[in-house]
Design a protein around this ligand. Structure first.
Ligand code: AMP
Length: 176
């Protein structure tokens, strides 16, 4: 991974203080999406990690995981599966709950989205505490999928989200 590409992408992440609530430093990736060279460079980082692997499907997490994951799936020529917040998917779903700072949240996946034995890569924009992606990993494994790796454009290392995801392999490109 070329370090100048990483630095250009890093410069494209906008820090927004106190969003969505006080005390959170939000990593806004919309400047990357709106710049064609940066958007392509970000997708290329995911693709580099996927090269040479037999992947059947990319699973993206609601909502920014859809933006990166679907472009990666398109380029690899594999299927894309959305995992969404509760109540957004129309067909029958499997549900996994996880804890937030206050209370619980739930993620859902269609029951027929993944076939047993399929090789999966999970994609999201950012790994924070790891609760969301750990719930996604539960859904993928419950469906019989083989989760090869979870990939994130950004990782907030000080929150130790990787630990929550164990034993899943984790790759991230911009670390804070
Ligand atoms: P977590 O479950 O704590 O790992 O949170 C990950 C999810 O929340 C991802 O889908 C991110 O898009 C979003 N998220 C959490 N923290 C931030 C942050 N500081 N900036 C931007 N997005 C965040």
């Amino acid at each position: 991974m070329a370090s100048d590409v990483v630095e250009k992408l890093r410069a494209g992440v906008r820090d927004v203080a106190d969003f969505p609530r006080k005390g959170i430093l939000f990593k806004d990736i919309t400047p990357i999406l709106s710049d064609p060279a940066l958007f392509r460079a970000s997708i290329d980082l995911f693709l580099e990690r996927c090269r040479g692997r037999k992947i059947d499907k990319i699973v993206g997490i609601d909502a920014r995981g859809f933006l990166f994951g679907s472009a990666v799936a398109y380029e690899l020529g594999v299927g894309f599966v959305p995992i969404r917040k509760r109540g957004k998917l129309p067909f029958r779903t499997e549900v996994a709950s996880y804890s937030l700072e206050y209370g619980e949240a739930e993620m859902e996946m269609h029951i027929d989205a993944i076939n047993a034995g399929e090789q999966i890569v999970l994609v999201d924009d950012l790994l924070a505490t790891g609760g969301t992606s750990a719930a996604a990993a539960v859904l993928i494994r419950k469906a019989g999928g083989r989760l090869l790796e979870a990939q994130f454009l950004i990782e907030l290392e000080f929150l130790h989200g990787r630990k929550q995801l164990e034993p899943t392999a984790v790759a991230s490109f911009l670390k804070y």
